[in-house]
Design a protein around this ligand. Structure first.
Ligand code: TYD
Ligand code: MG
Length: 491
């Protein structure tokens, strides 16, 4: 028999290589390739064995009109993200950084369902006593969740398979589980994949709900990750800054519901508490009172169906590096680079040679392109050392030629801003038909180009002279927008 040749598997993307190297050629990650025992030699063909013929059924069946029966956990923020509750027989992967609160959430979810259906919490990381201690803190000791510590998938599968087995099983975490027929260590791609596959198969057969906890590595992927994402029905990420109390549950894949909803929780002494109305949570000091600090703007954003107002903060400082720093928390750094490039190239702002720091307050991660204008406003405000207009929200997408683009759900954003005490909004110029629609009480400042936003600060600047003006515009840029007299501008 030929000696099985070793396989080298990237732990980040699952790519298989013939030899070890420091960097995975597929995903570009460093130090992620490890040797795994190859399970099988070259794939064989089907051979001569005959298969059974499939019986095809029509698309329309008896129960197609019935909605999926879902198990509601009673934790409204969790149910919202899953699309209205958990579907029996489905598998949910819950990913997140270590210590973010995955185990806490899972225990609370299991307890929420335990009265309706037998629920089990299987931990490969903590002892029964530790889990009990946590349950005590969470006030869940009266719940009928059953606990077990196990890491062998064979045992867990056997326990789910029994007639009175649990209808909901939490596996905390999938990286600690192993299948005893595979030689690799727990946590490797081969083990994670095999463990998940075995558990999913038995859960599907029994119609049980499977919740898999998966740790995210430093690089931001669940270890053995993409491998798992396509195997499960739903992928939820639990995110937030460890220093902040707010946690956000986000669906990135959902076979049974939308993927743009978020659930907002607050981590307290007594566990995770739902935040049903999060629109003003991330405002920092901007509670509508407009206290005028330079370098900050309020973004009227949407998370799924819910409007959320978020403070964007920027700091521009002279750089002492050859290549200035651009650091971002809570937003896409590529997007910031684009906005900065447009500000330089189309609006003539002098940003080269300056460090740019951008921060989304409160630990929220913004993914909408609609945040472009808010980020730009914070940057311009910091550069000009002028506060953004008081009680004003900003939103809109920016194109590479410096034009602004309308974004979805403008009305909802404006309504929420008005509700929270804001009085004006800067937004992209809307189509005529939209402008006729009855609007909110906000004073609307519709702009068609990013340079109009810069001009807003220039105009305000005449009132508050900046001793050393840093918003400098190259001549010849949209002369029509240049305010005629900038008195104390020093230009
Ligand atoms: P945990 O659920 O263990 O995180 P994970 O499973 O994602 O690694 O949560 C760990 C953190 O949550 C820990 O730092 C303490 C904090 N915590 C609270 O603040 N309050 C609580 O009631 C609980 C149970 C945990
Ligand atoms: Mg944990």
């Amino acid at each position: 028999m030929a000696k099985p040749s070793p396989r080298f598997v990237c732990q980040s993307c699952g790519a298989v290589h013939g030899k070890w190297s420091g960097r995975c050629g597929d995903c570009g990650e460093w130090n992620t390739i490890i040797e795994e025992a190859s399970s099988d030699a070259a794939p064989r063909g089907l051979g001569s064995g005959k298969g059974r013929k499939l019986t095809f059924t029509a698309l329309a069946g008896e129960n197609t009109s019935q909605p999926l029966s879902r198990q509601v956990t009673g934790i409204a923020e969790f149910d919202r993200v899953t699309g209205g509750g958990l579907v029996p027989g489905s598998t949910v992967l819950v990913g997140g950084d270590p210590g973010i609160g995955k185990s806490t959430l899972m225990l609370q979810v299991a307890a929420g369902l335990a009265d309706a259906a037998p629920a089990a919490y299987v931990s490969g990381e903590e002892s029964i006593d530790q889990i009990r201690l946590r349950a005590g803190r969470l006030g869940l000791l009266g719940s009928s969740v059953v606990l077990a510590t196990a890491t062998n998938v064979r045992d867990i599968a056997a326990s789910i398979e029994t007639r009175d087995g649990p209808r909901l099983v939490v596996i905390d975490s999938i990286q600690t589980m192993y299948v005893d027929t595979i030689e690799s260590a727990p946590g490797t791609v081969a083990q994670v994949r095999a463990s998940a596959q075995a558990l999913i198969r038995v859960a599907k057969r029994r119609g049980a709900i499977l919740l898999l906890v998966g740790h995210v590595t430093k690089e931001g992927t669940i270890a053995g990750p993409r491998v798992l994402e396509h195997m499960v029905d739903t992928v939820l990420y639990f995110e937030g800054e460890r220093g902040h109390q707010f946690r956000i549950l986000r669906a990135v894949k959902n076979r049974f519901g939308p993927t743009d909803e978020i659930g907002v929780f607050e981590m307290t002494d007594g566990g995770l508490i739902e935040v049903p109305n999060p629109s003003s949570l991330f405002l920092g000091r901007h509670d509508g009172s407009g206290d005028g600090i330079a370098g900050s703007s309020v973004f009227a954003g949407m998370e799924g169906t819910r409007p959320i107002l978020v403070e964007f903060q920027a700091l521009i400082a002279p750089s002492s590096f050859a290549t200035p720093r651009r650091a971002v928390v809570g937003w896409d750094s590529g997007r910031l680079h684009m906005v900065l490039a447009v500000l330089e190239a189309r609006c003539g702002l002098a940003l080269a040679g300056r460090d740019v720091y951008l921060n989304v307050a409160g630990g929220l991660r913004i993914t909408e392109p609609a945040a472009d204008l808010a980020a730009a406003a914070a940057v311009i405000s910091s550069l000009a050392n002028q506060p953004a207009p008081e009680r004003s929200v900003v939103f809109g997408e920016i194109g590479l030629s410096g034009e602004t683009r309308t974004v979805s759900q403008t009305e909802t954003r404006l309504k929420e801003a008005a509700k929270l005490g804001f009085t004006s909004a800067v937004l992209p110029l809307r189509a005529k038909a939209d402008r006729r629609a009855p609007s909110t009480s906000l004073a609307l400042n519709e702009i068609s180009a990013l340079s109009d936003l810069v001009a807003l600060f220039d105009e305000a600047g005449t009132a508050q002279p900046d001793p050393e003006p840093s918003v400098r515009r190259r001549s010849g840029n949209r002369p029509g927008n240049r305010p005629g007299n900038r008195g104390a501008g020093g230009r």
